[in-house]
Unconditional design. Structure first.
Length: 478
């Protein structure tokens, strides 16, 4: 399993280190590479010619075309070429043609991904994706330089330090956003509602990715915010619940998953397991047998006796959708907010012999009811768009703002299994997403009154919980 990498795509990764033995090699000169490729083609064609399918024959033909193109580049390109750079470019193009979440990772990228498993990195703290060929902000991570400087979901990042991002791959953009602590990076962004592009200078910091914050809204009504799923998230949520329970017996809980882009699959499952006593939490289905998995709740969760409201929005993706979907299907919690991002796919990281790797979409996940949320998202039980409180001195909020979701990404995997008869009623996207990207977090979570004043979704959640607690008390009295 791997943790989510910040400054990049939303995803809930399934990391499998397959027991495959590779022989290490270094990049060879172009002519030797072409010779090896040609010999491989000849070998494959001879070995399977009798039984090969039409698709296999087409594959060999395309590989031959690839070898021919390499030869022509070697012989006629105006400058001497770097064979490794050319091959990496071809690999990147091949993977990016599949879906928005499959990608090639250089040895440096792979190492960074492993480092992030520990829960920290140095950067500006922004989730990014590529939408319609444009580098786009999905969500800033709470409390990071990007969040403090006002980067918003849906912002188009046109330049990084003056360099156009039009031709950058996602991983190239991530590298430019990363850097030593204390150094700065300037983003030129375009946002709906702004007449001209705007420059934002962000100073890189160590991003600890503390995933859990908690407070008590009123006596007996705790609030827990989970910003991502990392190795210690379940332990931290458990500790928060126990600490808050010591103050007052829990009457109802608000679990805030807004702008939570996912992370470790097992941690998302364990968080849902805390509040469920039995039943399926999530299942995954792929082409290979090892991708067919079912995760079920255990009867020792111990947190299933009080009402719950789960807050979600368009920035809630992947792991947070697993938790919300499980609690919704089992009728354990009321889901409040706006439609979630809709990322219902699982990525597996496969290592390559030179220390590099590929992140490949290998499965889709399904809610307990059997629905795929891919490109559709979790529909809240109670739709409550966020009404932002804008300071009169601050820049006017953009109008007609629409947060991006999985279905907006190019080459996203279509949801072909969702039955129209089972689908929940669609809500007006314009109504529910105009302001969800303006979710403003409090710098000091202890200022509860101010937080409730500014956050109408949180106020609604608390009001619902108090009503549920009153109704529960009446039933107990009977």
């Amino acid at each position: 399993m791997v943790a989510k990498a910040a400054d990049r795509l939303h995803r809930c990764d399934l990391y499998q280190q397959f027991p495959i033995s590779f022989t290490r090699f270094s990049y060879c000169p172009m002519k030797r590479l072409i010779t090896l490729l040609t010999l491989l083609l000849c070998f494959c064609s001879t070995a399977v010619f009798a039984d090969e399918s039409k698709q296999e024959r087409e594959t060999y033909k395309n590989l031959e075309t690839f070898a021919n193109v390499l030869t022509l580049i070697q012989q006629y390109y105006v400058d001497e070429i770097d064979s490794g750079k050319v091959i990496n470019g071809a690999i990147n193009g091949m993977l990016s043609s599949l879906d928005p979440h499959s990608a090639y990772m250089t040895p440096e990228d792979f190492k960074e991904l492993e480092e992030e498993t520990s829960g920290s990195f140095t950067g500006v703290g922004i989730e990014i994706s590529i939408r319609d060929g444009v580098l786009t902000a999905v969500a800033p991570i709470e409390g990071t330089p990007a969040d403090k400087q006002g980067v918003k979901s849906g912002d188009q990042i046109i330049r990084i330090n003056g360099e156009l991002t039009k031709s950058m791959t996602l991983m190239e953009a991530v590298k430019k956003l990363r850097g030593a602590k204390g150094t700065s990076v300037t983003l030129t962004i375009h946002r709906e509602g702004l007449k001209d592009p705007k420059d934002l200078t962000l100073v890189r910091e160590a991003i600890p990715l503390l995933s859990v914050k908690s407070m008590e809204l009123e006596p007996g009504f705790p609030y827990i915010r989970v910003s991502n799923f990392q190795a210690t998230t379940t332990k931290d949520v458990n500790s928060a619940l126990k600490s808050l329970k010591k103050k007052n017996p829990t009457k109802g809980l608000v679990l805030d998953l807004r702008n939570n882009p996912g992370g470790l699959l097992d941690q998302a499952v364990k968080i849902a397991d805390l509040f469920l006593e039995k039943g399926v939490i999530v299942s995954t289905k792929g082409r290979n047998h090892q991708e067919q998995m079912v995760f079920e709740a255990h009867p020792d969760g111990g947190q299933s006796h009080f009402p719950m409201v789960v807050l979600v929005n368009g920035g809630s993706a992947s792991g947070s959708e697993i938790v919300a979907g499980a609690l919704q299907d089992h009728k354990r919690a009321l889901i409040l907010g706006t439609t979630t991002f809709g990322k219902g796919s699982v990525q597996t990281v496969l290592p390559l012999p030179d220390g590099a790797g590929i992140r490949l979409t290998t499965a889709k996940y399904y809610t307990p009811s059997g629905d795929s949320i891919q490109a559709t998202g979790i529909k809240p039980d109670m739709v409550v768009p966020l009404i932002s409180i804008v300071d009169v001195k601050a820049e006017p909020a953009p109008t007609n703002f629409k947060a991006i979701r999985e279905k907006d990404l190019p080459r996203h995997i279509k949801n072909e299994s969702r039955s129209k008869s089972k689908a929940k009623p669609e809500t007006d996207d314009a109504e529910t997403t105009d302001q969800e990207g303006n979710f403003e977090k409090m710098e000091d979570i202890q200022q509860i009154a101010k937080r409730l004043e500014q956050d109408n979704q949180l106020r609604s959640a608390l009001s619902v919980l108090k009503n549920l607690d009153t109704a529960s008390g009446r039933q107990d009295a009977r």
